[in-house]
Ligand binder design. Structure first.
Ligand code: ZN
Ligand code: ZN
Length: 100
């Protein structure tokens, strides 16, 4: 699946403590979440260091996916592919960890 990084998300926080924790906590597949050690970008050899804010072209919903520091960087501005088997977790805290 092709995604693009959502800009200016560096200041966003949620009650999970980190977006990496957020992805693990709200992943519908607990086993897959536990076993996810790598960045989900296709062809990237990086490790799962950050929960990155991404969206699909034509879809304004923001998701969290496992990314390495380089893929999650503000310099990564072009579209790229992530593996389809990796769960995308909604980023909106109101829909997940901080409902009010
Ligand atoms: Zn959260
Ligand atoms: Zn990466």
């Amino acid at each position: 699946m092709q995604v693009i990084n959502v800009p200016n998300t560096g200041h966003l926080t949620c009650p999970c403590g980190s977006w990496k924790n957020h992805w693990v906590k709200f992943n519908p597949n607990k086993l897959a979440a536990m076993l996810q050690l790598d960045c989900s970008a296709v062809g990237c050899a990086g490790k799962f260091e950050h929960g990155g804010h991404v969206r699909k072209a034509g879809d304004m919903t923001v998701y969290i996916v496992p990314l390495c520091a380089a893929c999650n960087s503000a310099e990564n501005i072009g579209p790229y592919y992530i593996y389809d088997h990796v769960s995308r977790v909604p980023a909106d805290p109101r829909a997940t960890c901080d409902p009010r």
